[in-house]
Structure formats: C-alpha cells, structure tokens
Design a binder for this molecule. Structure first.
Ligand SMILES: N[C@@H](CCC(=O)N[C@@H](CS)C(=O)NCC(=O)O)C(=O)O
Length: 233
C-alpha cells in the first residue's frame, strides 16, 4: 500500500455537523484543486496520499478506494465520490448562479482538459515508441500535434484570455472571490502554463492570484509535490 495518512492540522471548524472528509490525493494531479477548496472552506479533513508510479500513473491499490482509481476522490461517511467537478459541487456550500460560473465549471473538464490530455499523449507516444520506430512515430505524432492539437489550444487560449480581460476581479465568474469555475479551471491553466512559452498575461495573472492565496499555499504544503512541468519535460 503506497497510501500515507496525514492528519489535518489546520484550525478547523466543526464541519457543520457533517462527517470528517477524507481526501485521497495523488501527487501532481487534479486533487491539488480539491485540497485548495477544502482549506479555503475551512472544513475538517484528512489526507491520504498516493504517489504516482514510475510510469506516471496511479498505483493499482487506488482502485480499492474507487473502482476507476482516478484522483481526486473524497469519502464522507458512507459516500465515496470521484470526478473533480462533482466533488466541487458537493463541497461548495452555495451555488453561485452566474452563467460564466456554470459554463467554465463544465468547460474545464468537458472540453479543455481532453485537448490537453491529447497533447500529453501525442507528446508521450514518440518517447515511448521502440527505438527503431521513434523517428517515424515522432514525425507522425508531430504532424498530428501541429495540425490538430496546437491550433485548437491556441483558439482556447485566446478565448480564455479574452474572457479574463473582461472580468473585473480576474476570477472566471467575475466574483470578488474564487468560485467553482476557478477551482476547476486551475488545473488546465497550470497544464497550459507548464508547456506553453506564449502564455497570455491574464492567464498568468489568474495563476499568480491563485498562488498568492493563503488557502492555496496551505493546500500546497499539505499536498506536497506539485510540478506539472515533470509531465512535459
Ligand atoms: N475528469 C476526471 C479526471 C480524473 C483523472 O484523470 N485524474 C488523474 C490525475 S490528474 C489520475 O488520477 N490519473 C491516474 C491514472 O491515470 O492512473 C476528474 O476531473 O476528476
């Protein structure tokens, strides 16, 4: 078992009568956003840490927690829940009604992350191809990246930059404080920043604002290693 328990030691609330939350955390993963939300909400939680294998995937025993073994996962009483969007909806006490909040909450995992995952896979395939096939595989996947993935990413990058330019606060729903959309957009933003040399100023401001938040800093110290550049090296 690679899981490691780390009891929560933040100043905590009584959790409003709810059971203590267990958050299953994988290094360098989406569960960093869940940790940030938990710290921000001041809920009592316990972290159980999992470490990526040398292949970069979750260890097999994560499937004992949830059959898919994908992070984040939370457990509260009898309920075990995965999917970062579902977790954020479950934990966020008030649902802010803005259309932008709704749109960006779904857009993050439904549209943007699949493109970034494509980019990651297309980058990894040539590196993992048998040595003698590598030049050919690299050429084919390089072509797919340049024709299918990069133009799409550029379109999305510019779309997000234009949206954030209109937000008075720099958060996705234009609210004074981060809402569900910001917690869900955080990981795709980090992934884009990890690889892109041309990362727009508003996107960069968004990440800087997140990084400067005390709850985020505490969540980072709780979660440990979080460096998405490792994936793109
Ligand atoms: N759409 C899911 C994606 C979950 C997911 O793919 N999580 C990654 C970490 S960022 C994972 O657990 N990967 C481990 C693996 O593929 O073995 C969500 O938002 O929770």
């Amino acid at each position: 078992m690679e899981a490691k328990k780390d009891n929560h030691d933040e100043a905590s609330t009584d959790n409003g009568g709810r059971s203590k939350i267990i958050v299953y955390h994988l290094n360098n993963s989406r569960s960093q956003s869940t940790l940030w939300l938990l710290v921000k909400l001041g809920l009592e939680y316990e972290i159980v840490k999992f470490q990526r294998t040398s292949e970069g995937v979750a260890p097999e025993d994560s499937k004992e927690i949830h059959p898919l073994g994908l992070f984040p996962i939370i457990k509260e009483g009898d309920m075990t829940l995965s999917e970062s969007g579902a977790i954020i909806d479950k934990l966020t006490p008030t649902r802010e009604g803005w259309i932008d909040n709704l749109f960006y909450s779904h857009y993050a995992e439904g549209t943007l992350m699949p493109i970034l995952v494509n980019k990651l896979v297309f980058t990894l395939v040539p590196k993992r191809a048998p040595f003698f096939l590598r030049p050919l595989v690299k050429m084919i996947f390089g072509m797919l990246l340049n024709t299918l993935v990069e133009p799409r990413l550029k379109l999305h990058h510019d779309f997000i930059e234009r949206h954030l330019e209109k937000s008075p606060s720099g958060w996705f729903a234009g609210a004074e404080n981060p809402t569900a959309a910001d917690f869900l957009m955080f990981l795709p933003m980090e992934s884009m920043a990890a690889r892109s040399a041309n990362f727009g100023p508003k996107l960069q401001d968004f990440l800087t604002k997140v990084h400067d938040r005390p709850a985020y800093k505490r969540a980072l110290s709780k979660g440990g290693e979080f460096d998405l550049k490792a994936f793109w090296a």
